[in-house]
Design a protein around this ligand. Structure first.
Ligand SMILES: [Zn+2]
Length: 430
């Protein structure tokens, strides 16, 4: 309040008039509107005084306020389609000062009810202040220079957008809807690579292209994403739907260009999709063949393992058979009866025979000397044939003399087992 009070006294001291607070007061006392200079400013002053009740500019200008109505009509467009009466038939496209305008700000004289149109340069701040306080019931304390500028900016923004949509809105909506999906697929750039399990190769992650590549209008121009620029949800900073409220010229041109080439873009997308599908099918087929080969290898491995197991089983059976028959076979080969440790005459021989039986049963190595020693012990010349020898001879079909020695009994067993050998041996002897 101290600040406002000080400003108020300053203004009063200079002969100014206090109508609002804040920074606005500095404009209030600025020379531009007290004593306008420049042809258009002077023309504005003169024409406004002419249309006012008061004859003096200082008083007359206060009779005017903004109504809040604004129309935007580009200079090349026909204003009569947009402007209402009385402006349509007074001076469309021109300010009260005579300067050509696109922005038509409506002002009203509250003393005589006259409505007029001025451009954005000549909508006086005080007119806006009165509009804000009187029409929008804003607290005068809150009316600042920034607030007035904001009002002008917002009016311009919303009016430009409104004008643009009235002109192109329908086409924009239709075309944007038509290209939305394709834009997000094609107007992209390569990001980092990743391994794709479906295509079994490294693919580029596709990122939205936010900046164009090349020169717009040339064939190799790669436009930035239309969706990104217009209303992409991740683009809270520059999406034009939020900033200006309508697409800028580049966006509008790119949309048209993209829409008119939509068939080409669809073909491109179909081709990309087909390439990927082909690749995936190829991968599936390769995988199937690999699986098949793997299954075949496993079948062969199983068969080999089974064959090996069978061979080992048979070998073990054979080995067992050999072990089971080792003693019988060895005795037969050596031409002696099957014996036991009891056949030894003394401890040493019995111990020796026991060891040899062990070796024979486990098919361990036996030296020639040991073999001969066993035979000598079992076939002792000076001893009568054992009951076992006699029984064996009878079992082989022989008729043993009860007085046979061990040695003779052994020869007879040999003869009975191998009659041919004995014949040959007999012939040699003769
Ligand atoms: Zn003007």
């Amino acid at each position: 309040m101290n600040y406002n009070n000080r400003l108020r006294s300053e203004i009063l001291a200079r002969g100014g008039e206090f109508i609002a607070t804040g920074n606005l007061i500095h404009d209030m006392v600025s020379k531009k509107w007290d004593n306008p200079t420049g042809a258009f400013n002077i023309a504005l002053k003169n024409n406004l005084v002419e249309m006012s009740v008061a004859d003096d500019w200082k008083e007359a200008r206060k009779e005017w306020k903004a109504t809040g109505n604004v129309w935007y009509i580009p200079l090349a467009d026909d204003a009569t389609e947009v402007l209402p009466e009385p402006h349509r038939s007074s001076h469309p496209h021109y300010c009260v000062c005579g300067h050509p305008i696109a922005w038509h700000f409506e002002i009203e004289n509250t003393e005589n009810g006259r409505v007029e149109v001025v451009g954005s340069e000549h909508i006086g701040f005080w007119m806006i202040v009165r509009h804000l306080v009187e029409n929008l019931e804003m607290d005068p304390e809150e009316v600042t220079q920034e607030r007035v500028q904001e009002w002008v900016k917002e009016s311009i923004k919303s009016m430009k957008a409104e004008w643009w949509w009235s002109q192109y809105g329908e086409e924009f909506e239709e075309w944007f809807t038509a290209i939305r999906e394709q834009d997000l697929i094609l107007n992209v750039r390569d990001g980092p690579q990743y391994y794709d399990n479906d295509t079994r190769r490294y693919e580029y992650k596709k990122l939205i292209r936010k900046k164009g590549v090349g020169t717009r209008g040339t064939n190799d121009f790669q436009m930035p994403s239309i969706v990104w620029r217009w209303n992409h949800p991740d683009n809270d900073k520059t999406a034009q739907i939020n900033t200006t409220g309508y697409p800028n010229r580049d966006l509008w041109n790119d949309l048209q260009m993209f829409y008119f080439n939509l068939d080409k873009h669809n073909a491109k997308i179909a081709e990309m999709h087909q390439e990927r599908q082909d690749r995936i099918e190829q991968v599936i087929e390769e995988r199937r063949l690999a699986d098949e080969a793997q299954a075949q290898r496993e079948r062969e491995q199983r068969a080999r393992a089974e064959a090996r197991a069978e061979r080992i089983r048979l070998e073990r059976i054979e080995q067992q058979r050999l072990l089971d028959t080792a003693f019988e076979r060895t005795c037969s080969e050596w031409g002696i009866v099957q014996f036991s440790a009891e056949d030894g005459r003394d401890d040493w021989e019995q111990d020796f025979l026991l060891k040899m039986i062990g070796k024979i049963n486990s098919m361990a190595y036996i030296s020639e000397k040991q073999k001969q020693r066993v035979i000598k012990i079992i076939n002792r010349e000076d001893e009568p044939a054992t009951e076992k020898q006699l029984a064996y001879i009878r079992a082989l079909g022989g008729e043993p003399n009860p007085n046979l020695t061990k040695r003779k009994a052994s020869d007879m067993i040999d003869q009975l087992k191998n009659p041919q050998n004995s014949v040959l041996a007999g012939e040699e002897e003769e």
